[in-house]
Design a protein around this ligand. Structure first.
Ligand SMILES: NC(=O)c1ccc[n+]([C@@H]2O[C@H](COP(=O)([O-])OP(=O)(O)OC[C@H]3O[C@@H](n4cnc5c(N)ncnc54)[C@H](O)[C@@H]3O)[C@@H](O)[C@H]2O)c1
Length: 317
């Protein structure tokens, strides 16, 4: 592999596999490093059509041997997306969460330093980074205090500090993308923001969907291909910065449900269950900085994105 090789940790996962396809399409050789704890080879079936341009290595980012594997690729850029990405699991098993998300990330960053990588591009979590902001702070800008309310949010935040300190100490360049609620085909319902894929699966099977709380809680749903574009834009712009990658549009879980039900031509009402402790009431991130510095804007509307999810679920069930 040559100098136009990139490494994508977590490349067999939901967002990672879309990013891998995009990078292959624009001519990069890609080494995927994934332990397949959540990702799968089936997520990479489109990417596999690029033949030897794609190399897939099974490797736990928290275990020794990572730098050696990365060295074989000789990459210029490292996209770091591998993570334990289930918020509830982070509360049930904080040690595993910290092992993967903190120690694993330190291993990725330290290996990148040793190998002289040009830039690390990190998938941070905009949905958890800012905790529960005041209504007056919405849509939240990157300058709002970082105060996550879950173990997952904490472990994802800590990596921002490591990236900052490595840049100061060693000149290892980085960009961190604070992703809002990403949705799209191949999303695992157990991930950080699986509500779209859970509703899609239930509606396709004619099952009643459950909404926790009154459904007025809001999220900022950003489509996965737009997110992949933001990662690519971050290869050349935005050195040492954190960017929200979002739509800046608040959508309530009720509106999401009824838009999906409409697309399924269903009038089945959802059932309402007691709200879950610790769940944010409102989440919406400003994407102004990404527009100004990365020249990135989201293109896919919620309605179009949802129809792509529904089509994918119908084909794959
Ligand atoms: N989905 C979202 O809405 C969202 C929002 C904000 C941030 N993120 C971040 O984006 C990244 C990708 O998320 P996703 O939704 O695609 O999740 P995902 O679970 O589909 O992808 C994570 C990938 O990392 C792999 N992985 C997990 N532990 C590993 C380990 N120890 N070593 C090597 N590989 C490992 C998994 O097998 C999987 O393929 C994560 O870092 C997540 O925290 C996601």
């Amino acid at each position: 592999m040559s100098s136009d090789t990139v490494v994508v940790t977590g490349g067999a996962g939901f967002i990672g596999s879309h990013l891998v396809e995009k990078l292959l399409e624009v001519g990069y050789r890609v080494m995927v490093i994934d332990d397949f704890s959540a990702g799968s080879m089936s997520n990479l079936s489109n990417a596999s059509e690029f033949g030897s341009q794609l190399e897939v290595v099974r490797q736990d980012i928290a275990e020794p041997g990572l730098a050696k594997v990365m060295e074989q690729a000789g990459p210029r850029y490292v996209f770091h997306l591998a993570a334990q990405s289930d918020v509830r699991r982070s509360m049930a098993d904080p040690f595993h969460d910290a092992k993967v998300n903190v120690l694993g990330s330190v291993n990725v960053i330290e290996s990148s330093r040793k190998l002289g990588i040009e830039r690390v591009i990190y998938a941070a979590s905009g949905g958890t980074l800012y905790g529960e902001p005041e209504s007056s702070e919405l849509p939240v800008t990157e300058g709002v205090k970082h105060q996550p309310l879950s173990n997952y949010g904490v472990t994802k935040k800590v990596v921002l500090d490591y990236l900052f300190s490595y840049r100061e100490a060693y000149g290892l360049d980085y960009v961190a993308l604070a992703l809002a609620n990403v949705y799209g085909p191949r999303q695992d319902p157990h991930g950080e923001s699986g509500v779209v894929s859970i509703f899609a699966g239930n509606l396709a099977a004619g099952r009643t969907c459950a909404i926790y709380g009154d459904g007025h809680q809001t999220r900022d749903f950003v489509f996965v291909s737009d997110v992949a574009d933001a990662f690519v834009a971050s290869m050349t712009k935005g050195s040492g910065e954190v960017f929200n990658i979002s739509t800046s549009i608040e959508t309530s879980v009720n509106s999401l449900y009824w838009e999906m039900a409409r697309q399924h031509k269903m009038s089945l009402h959802p059932s309402y269950l007691p709200g879950r402790t610790g769940e944010l009431m409102r989440s919406c991130l400003s994407n102004v900085k990404a527009g100004e510095i990365l020249s990135w804007v989201p293109h896919v509307t919620l309605s179009d994105g949802l129809s792509q999810v529904i089509e994918w679920v119908n084909k794959n069930n």
